[in-house]
Design a protein around this ligand. Structure first.
Ligand code: SF4
Length: 297
């Protein structure tokens, strides 16, 4: 099975009466010599690493290489558990888990780049919060990862998932689109609704620039992962409520890519603009590199 656009994927799903996750497994089978069991085992391993990263992230014991983040996931969970808060339990848990996975990434721990290290918090966070809330099995979560993988694959085929090329909209935007599509499938939505959710997420994050302080994947990356997780859940919910996307997924991917190519280089991972160029960020940057050179002496 081969598909390179959302439209082709939906046509295959319709023709064979299958889900996006099943279509993705069949694609893997058609291009590799692996068995279905081997393909599923590999994805189960990815899910297991994601769950471990959420656990490690919420321990509250991590410190990032640059020293800009560490302990935020634990703080947010403690606060959310003690107060009614401003968002539902699932959104507040998902955002806390996303903060934590970025702590793991920034302290050189093991994460799954889904689709990149900088956006590695979104999918584990959304999946874990949903599994806890809804009681899905690990097999169901593993299957949903194939759906997320199909969306990521389509974005890579037709645009980019690299912040240096397309800005943060391409990195965290893609991760959130992948997560949202998978959530819709888990909730019983159709393949068309899955891609509608992915389209809506991309439209909500369109234009987001890549501007990490000191060039480190810490700030604003960590909080953007949390916001991306919330965005994924909100868009999935809107689709399930019967509010369809106005612009098809393929067109939105093209729009995202065009916007990405028109973002100036200062706002594409060079740390020369946006948040990274604020006076406070520049002072933090000096502090980080000054401390590191002292440590080396
Ligand atoms: S700001 Fe840049 S480095 Fe940070 S998560 Fe977004 S794309 Fe990645």
């Amino acid at each position: 099975m081969k598909f390179k656009t959302g439209e082709a994927l939906l046509a295959q799903c319709e023709k064979e009466q299958i889900s996006i996750s099943e279509a993705m497994i069949r694609r893997e089978l058609s291009i590799s010599e692996n068995t279905r069991e081997q393909i599923q085992e590999r994805m189960a391993r990815a899910w297991s690493i994601m769950k471990d990263a959420v656990e490690e992230g919420r321990s509250g014991k991590l410190h990032s290489i640059g020293g800009l983040i560490g302990g935020e996931s634990r703080k947010m969970l403690d606060w959310a558990n003690a107060h009614r808060g401003a968002s539902s339990s699932i959104i507040s848990h998902a955002s806390a888990y996303a903060l934590g996975v970025l702590e793991v990434n920034a302290s050189m721990g093991l994460i799954v780049a889904a689709p990149t290290a900088g956006s590695s918090g979104v999918i584990p966070a959304v999946f874990m919060a949903l599994q806890e809330e809804m009681g899905y099995t690990d097999d169901q979560m593993t299957m949903a990862l194939f759906n997320a993988g199909a969306v990521g694959y389509l974005i890579m085929q037709n645009a980019t998932v690299a912040g240096a090329e397309g800005g943060c909209q391409a990195e965290i935007g893609s991760a959130a689109a992948m997560a949202s599509s998978a959530v819709v499938e888990l909730l019983g939505g159709t393949p068309g609704q899955c891609l509608d959710a992915a389209s809506d997420v991309l439209s909500c994050m369109l234009g987001l620039v890549c501007d990490p302080i000191a060039g480190l994947v810490e700030v604003p990356c960590q909080k953007r992962n949390a916001a991306g997780a919330a965005n994924a859940l909100v868009c999935a919910q809107m689709i399930m409520a019967g509010i369809p996307a106005k612009v098809p997924f393929d067109e939105m991917v093209t729009a995202m890519y065009r916007v990405g190519r028109s973002i100036p280089y200062e706002l594409r991972e060079t740390a020369l603009g946006g948040v990274a160029a604020t006076p406070t960020a520049c002072a933090l940057c000096d502090q980080i590199f000054c401390n590191q050179s002292k440590e080396r002496k």
